[in-house]
Design a protein around this ligand. Structure first.
Ligand code: ADP
Ligand code: MG
Length: 240
């Protein structure tokens, strides 16, 4: 579903991704962790072309990422993304946030888009919030709206960039529960998160990044219980 071959990226002189090679099978669920500044966000942003890489190959759902604008649009349709700070449109209701993409990008009618929106709002368990504005919702509810909004585009792949790290502790669980359910539907998922409970429950593989490199990858049990590299052990000792 996703293939990265020797991907390198620089921000000016700064070498942010170093020779990243990664294959993600359809339906595979991957958790990416690592210290702040290690390139996790940059890596997943390269997969939906929010960032460009300078060397190597990225192939998403069979298409190699290039600068072709139409192809970038196609990739964005296949790849949904959920950010730390929700990024909902504050001046639109929940329903309007959810129907915008399906109507304008997917060419659905308003009625079709609304039906789809309700279906996904039910999935994330907040159908009753459809007519509110994001500012009237809690952080956990806003993040669930953001997940529903991505799902309304019927993506093949979902990318999550620290979706719970801006939330108050009591709201983390409700968002993780929605993500666990999504994982069980067979969605291909790449999640940057330090939520170990989530990783142990759903991840097929945990990847540890440091200074732009993949240092280690393994099944969650092996990764957390017997990390191989000293850098991984040091990182884990800080987050546990
Ligand atoms: P992480 O998500 O693991 O915290 P990032 O991918 O956000 O790491 O950032 C990796 C490094 O690249 C950091 O040192 C950060 O300061 C730098 N960086 C991120 N975005 C930019 C940018 N647009 N321009 C220059 N440097 C950047
Ligand atoms: Mg980040």
């Amino acid at each position: 579903m996703i293939q990265l071959k020797n991907v390198n990226k620089w921000y000016g002189q700064f070498h942010v991704l170093r020779d990243i090679t990664l294959d993600v099978a359809p339906g595979e669920r991957i958790v990416i962790c690592g210290p702040s500044g290690s390139g996790k966000s940059t890596l997943i942003r390269c997969i939906n072309r929010l960032e460009e890489h300078q060397q190597g190959q990225i192939i998403v759902a069979g298409e190699e990422l290039t600068n072709d604008v139409r192809q970038v649009e196609a990739i964005r349709r296949d790849v949904g993304m959920v950010f730390q700070h929700f990024n909902l449109f504050p001046h639109l209701t929940v329903m309007e946030n959810l129907t915008l993409g399906p109507m304008w990008v997917r060419r659905k009618t308003k009625a079709q888009a609304q039906e789809l929106a309700m279906q996904y709002l039910e999935r994330v368990r907040i159908p009753e919030q459809a007519n509110k504005y994001p500012g009237q919702l809690s952080g956990g509810q806003q993040q669930r709206v953001a997940i529903a909004r991505s799902l309304c585009m019927e993506p093949k792949i979902m990318l999550f960039d620290e979706p719970t790290s801006a939330l108050d502790p009591e709201m983390v669980k409700e968002v993780l529960e929605v993500m666990v359910e999504l994982a069980h539907t067979g969605m291909t998922m790449l999640c940057v998160t330090h939520e170990m409970g989530f990783a142990r429950k759903v991840a097929d593989r945990v990847i540890f990044m440091d200074q732009g490199e993949i240092i280690e990858q393994n099944t969650p049990d092996e990764f957390f219980d017997s990390p191989r590299s000293e850098r991984t052990r040091e990182f884990l000792s800080q987050i546990i």
